[in-house]
Design a protein around this ligand. Structure first.
Ligand code: NAD
Length: 269
């Protein structure tokens, strides 16, 4: 029987891509499409809004009206906190793609992993998660003898910076090198900055146009430089990964806990 997936933030860019990915999976059905309270989309046909043709599913603005086995949430930090709390109370697993959490919001969300399976990832694409493994290798081999900088670019509508993916890449590199990212991160430079300190990890952010998401991590040593780059050209890469994670979370025997996309892909060492 098809797994029933609810999508919150349905009116957003990722909400629509998720609708397409659910249909394409062939193993799941979109059982609820949830938008912000009072949205003009309430009552509209979800398939039509997602550009997939009518599917007879009316959009709602209350998760309490939704019937689902697993929720996929790509919204905003406060909305995600409420939705994770709802899932924990109902005993339903949740996939979270939202980025831009502060520490307090993140720990409130992760606390729900004690009650239900929860998969949180700053990036659900297969390629980026593979890059996390490549970054561990590069950091191990080159990290102590190179300057490490992370450059990311996204469309003009993105509201948080640097991207959650760039921060995750920084964390992977810092953890591998035994550094604390909160101590070594440098977010942008201006004016008389002084010479670069070796142990720092620099971030630079580009915003504009319709760029879906690009990340490059540079390992710059004397005489050579290695760059690991990922370019997303379609939101479907994230949406397909999130649906894969949703199906993985509802698999028999999955226990409550905090998972990420590397668990789903079997990429953990
Ligand atoms: P968007 O602005 O197009 O859509 C966000 C949706 O969430 C909107 O429909 C909005 O109405 C809804 N929303 C926001 N606040 C809400 C609230 N308080 N209550 C109810 N609904 C609310 O953004 P998007 O491009 O679809 O991205 C959504 C989130 O997903 C962002 O945090 C983005 O960074 C993240 N994202 C993650 C990945 C990943 O792979 N993890 C990929 C792309 C985007």
């Amino acid at each position: 029987m098809a797994v029933k997936i609810a999508v919150t933030g349905f009116g957003g860019r990722m909400g629509r891509a998720l609708a397409a990915a659910v249909v394409q999976s062939g193993q799941a059905e979109l059982s609820a499409a949830v938008v912000r309270r009072g949205s003009s989309l309430v009552g509209a046909d979800a398939g039509e809004v997602a550009g997939l043709g009518r599917n007879g599913l009316a959009i709602v603005d209350d998760l309490g009206q939704a019937d689902f086995d697993v929720l996929i949430d790509f919204t905003a930090p406060d909305a995600t906190r409420d939705n994770a709390d709802f899932c924990a109370r109902k005993g339903r697993p949740i996939v979270i793609g939202t980025t831009g959490f502060d520490e307090r919001q993140k720990s409130a969300v992760l606390a729900q992993a004690e009650r239900v399976p929860l998969c949180l990832a700053s990036n659900f694409s297969t390629g980026v998660n593979l890059c996390f493994n490549l970054l561990e290798t590069a950091a191990r081999v080159l990290g102590d003898e190179s300057d490490i900088e992370i450059v990311e670019a996204h469309h003009r509508h993105k509201v948080d910076a640097p991207s959650g993916t760039a921060l995750s890449m920084g964390e992977v590199v810092a953890d591998t090198l035994g550094r604390d990212l909160s101590q070594v991160a440098v977010y942008g430079r201006e004016g008389q900055t002084g010479a670069r300190e070796r142990d720092t990890i620099g971030f630079a952010t580009v915003r504009g146009g319709d760029v879906v998401g690009e990340h490059t991590v540079m390992f710059m040593a004397e005489g050579e430089r290695v760059e690991i780059t990922h370019k997303a050209s379609s939101r479907l890469s994230f949406a397909r990964g999130a649906v894969r994670a949703a199906l993985w979370l509802v698999a028999e025997g999955r226990t409550p806990g905090h998972y990420d996309m590397r668990d789903v892909l079997g990429l953990k060492n």
